[in-house]
Design a protein. Structure first.
Ligand SMILES: Cc1ncc(COP(=O)(O)O)c(C=O)c1O
Length: 413
């Protein structure tokens, strides 16, 4: 039988190795072509919020596919209208909010970049030139399209594709850094993730978002939150900003919103809702009936089953559970977006050891393991995770030099 790795190497764009050939999933479990079973605690990187093959997801896809799957954006569909109204309600935009439906996180953020341009260009007359500067935060990840890549400071991602968009300034991840950045002229917008998932589940310093809101109002700049990874309930609130007591001008979402169906959205608040006008933006697939119906079913189920309470409770249970495991130095994140900080730069080894033990997690940085399991997990999944993760950590700890291993296996303070 031909090796799937050979097929992948021959036919797929060479963008990185694949860890296994996954063929099916159910709940929090996936199986590979050799029928090995894995507990999926990465969830397609914070996407599969109802796990795999959830009946609500399957039913929504099947029903809508059998009814009306796609229409051009010359037409509206009931599913699309329902989703837009639902997102406005969940985000708390009030009447003035507006929703743009896209197909991915990068596309939602690309729309946000255009929103910043429309806003900045309004100053051409009053200030003699447009405001073109977009502030981003060190460690940010906003996507891989040219616009969003320009907002992503990581050199390894950005450098091969220079030149990037001009006038993107990277702000130090501190309130002082933020204040210093806002001292400059011509700022159109600040775009920021409330928790930086790709940077290793890095939290913003206390008061950062509140100060960002104050400064952006003061300087008439937009505050745009990238909640592609943190939104749609992942952190235990519909949107993470709701815990911070602020209202942005726009928020972007994707990932969990479709539970595995590709979909993204930008939701605007207040006057920012008036910036786009006919002809300025659109997408063939964005907001099509199929994607919209799935998102309605997924968000409706999260709401009716009160899964956000489970996200918060299971998050706390997991944090508590990993605290005393070997090599664990602490945790970051909120709800079911958790960064497990290791006491040595062995995240890649731990990820591989977990994989060998039938557990899927990832290693966004050298010393962080990220987990983003389904919102539906219960005691059984938590216990299974802790048991497999403990074994993986112990195996890696054993390979470390003895004195270090002893120190590292002590319970964290
Ligand atoms: C915060 C954030 N923004 C944007 C993106 C890009 O989303 P997508 O891969 O759907 O284009 C990601 C993906 O990881 C993300 O975590």
């Amino acid at each position: 039988m031909p090796d799937w790795n050979d097929d992948a190497a021959r036919d797929l764009m060479s963008l990185g190795g694949r860890l296994a050939l996954l063929t099916r999933g159910e709940g929090s479990w996936v199986w590979d072509a050799d029928e090995n079973r894995y507990l999926d605690f990465l969830g397609g990187i914070a996407v599969n919020c109802l796990g795999h093959a959830h009946p609500v997801f399957v039913d929504a896809v099947s029903r809508q596919a059998a009814t009306l799957s796609h229409v051009s954006n010359y037409f509206a569909s009931p599913a699309q209208l329902e989703l837009a109204a639902r997102l406005k309600r969940l985000a708390g935009t009030g009447e003035q909010g507006r929703v743009y439906l896209a197909n991915s996180g990068a596309e939602a953020n690309e729309t946000a970049v255009k929103l910043a341009r429309l806003h900045g260009n309004r100053f051409a007359e009053s200030e003699g030139r447009s405001r073109s500067t977009i502030l981003v935060v060190e460690g940010a990840f906003h996507g891989r399209t040219m616009g969003t890549l320009s907002l992503t400071p990581k050199a390894a991602y950005r450098d091969p594709f220079q030149p990037a968009l001009p006038d993107v300034i990277t702000v130090e991840r501190s309130v002082a850094g933020l204040e210093q950045a806002f001292a400059r002229e011509g700022i159109a917008a600040l775009i920021v993730e409330p928790i930086q998932g790709e940077a290793g589940v890095v939290e913003l310093p206390a008061g950062f978002l509140a100060r960002a809101r104050e400064l952006s109002v003061e300087h008439q700049a937009l505050l745009i939150l990238d909640e592609v990874q943190t939104g749609s309930g992942r952190t235990g609130e519909w949107f993470t900003f709701q815990r911070e007591g602020i209202t942005p001008d726009a928020v972007t979402v994707a990932k969990s919103i479709g539970a595995g169906f590709p979909l993204g959205a930008m939701i605007t608040f207040g006057a920012a809702s008036e910036l786009f006008y006919p002809g300025t933006h659109n997408s063939t697939f964005g907001g099509n009936p199929l994607a919209s119906a799935v998102a309605n079913a997924v968000l409706g189920y999260i709401e009716s089953e009160n899964l956000l309470a489970n996200v918060t409770a299971r998050g706390a249970q997991l944090r508590e559970g990993v605290r005393s495991l070997p090599l664990v130095g602490g945790t970051t994140g909120a709800g079911l977006l958790i960064g497990i900080r290791l006491t040595a730069p062995v995240a890649a080894e731990v990820r591989a050891a977990a994989h060998e033990r039938g557990l899927i997690v990832n290693a966004p940085t050298a010393d962080v393991i990220r987990i983003a399991p389904a919102y539906t997990i219960g005691d059984a999944e938590v216990e299974e995770f802790l048991s497999r993760f403990r074994a993986a950590l112990a195996a890696v700890a054993e390979t470390l030099p003895a004195p270090t291993a002893t120190t590292l296996t002590e319970a964290p303070a």
